[in-house]
Each structure stands twice: as C-alpha cells, then as structure tokens.
Ligand binder design. Structure first.
Ligand code: CMP
Length: 136
C-alpha cells in the first residue's frame, strides 16, 4: 500500500460520550498511528446534524439519525496519519456493532446500528468536506 499522510474526521457519538468512553477511544487512535490534530466537545442542533448527514437524506433512517446525533454532546476530531481514512475505518469496524470485527471500537463499545459510538469519513472527498464542516 502506498504511504500517504491523510486527515480524516472522527466523531465520538452521544452514546459513547455519555458513557465516558472518550479517553478510551482516543487511546485506540493514538496507539494505532493516528495523531489527534484537533478535538472539541460540542452539542449540535438537529438542523446541523441534518446538514452534516445530508448524503443520507433519502434513507429511511435519516430523521432518527439526525435526532440522535443532536441528542447530546459529541466529540469531533481531526485524525492524521498514514492512510488515516482507511486506518480509522478499520479501527471503527462495521457500521452495525453486531457485524463488527473483534477489538474494533464498534465491537467493543457500540450498542446498536444507531448507537454505534463513532463516525469516520469514508473517502478523501468526504474527509475534506467533513473537516471543513466542523473546523473551518
Ligand atoms: P455513520 O458511520 O455515522 O453513518 C451514518 C449512520 O447512520 C451510521 O453510522 C449508523 O449509525 C446510522 N444508521 C442507522 N441505520 C442504518 C442502516 N440501516 N444502514 C447504515 N447506517 C445506518
């Protein structure tokens, strides 16, 4: 695999912030060659969540997803490292914690497909947009 330094956006979702899992999750990133370039705890509105997740607007779960992301504090982070986008996605595991691989964040901490503890950008293009959304 080619070595390229990338940045990606990570969100620790309300279910994980509420259960005080922020430090544990950050440790997983740090132990796996990701640097936390920036991090902030925020509480977004449903409208902001709807804008952030608008790629999913046609999906049946869109409304619940936006209600959920705005239901409590979240931690948004810029992660940086070699192949950060793919590395972060591997560390998170499958979207549904039931299907997630052993030792992944969603396997360890996820409760359900909605309360799956973390979000991570899925492509270079989305990483740019998502970092811009929260940090610019
Ligand atoms: P995330 O990676 O944040 O991207 C969109 C979110 O929608 C996803 O994690 C899940 O938490 C949530 N979601 C709820 N239902 C579904 C579904 N059926 N398929 C994919 N994502 C879902």
């Amino acid at each position: 695999m080619s070595r390229k330094i990338e940045q990606t956006l990570s969100i620790i979702k309300p279910d994980a912030v509420e259960r005080n899992l922020v430090n544990e999750i950050k440790e997983i990133f740090l132990k796996n060659n990701l640097i936390i370039k920036d991090s902030k705890k925020i509480h977004i509105t449903k409208e902001e969540a709807a804008e952030f997740y608008k790629v999913h607007q046609s999906k049946p779960f869109y409304n619940d997803l936006c209600t959920y992301l705005s239901s409590g504090p979240i931690v948004v982070m810029i992660l940086e490292g070699e192949n950060a986008i793919l590395n972060n996605r591997k560390l998170m595991g499958s979207t549904n914690p039931k299907d997630a691989e052993e030792k992944t964040i969603r396997k360890l901490y996820g409760i359900s497909i909605d309360k799956n503890s973390v979000h991570g950008s899925d492509s270079m293009e989305n990483a740019k947009k998502e970092i811009e959304f929260f940090f610019k």
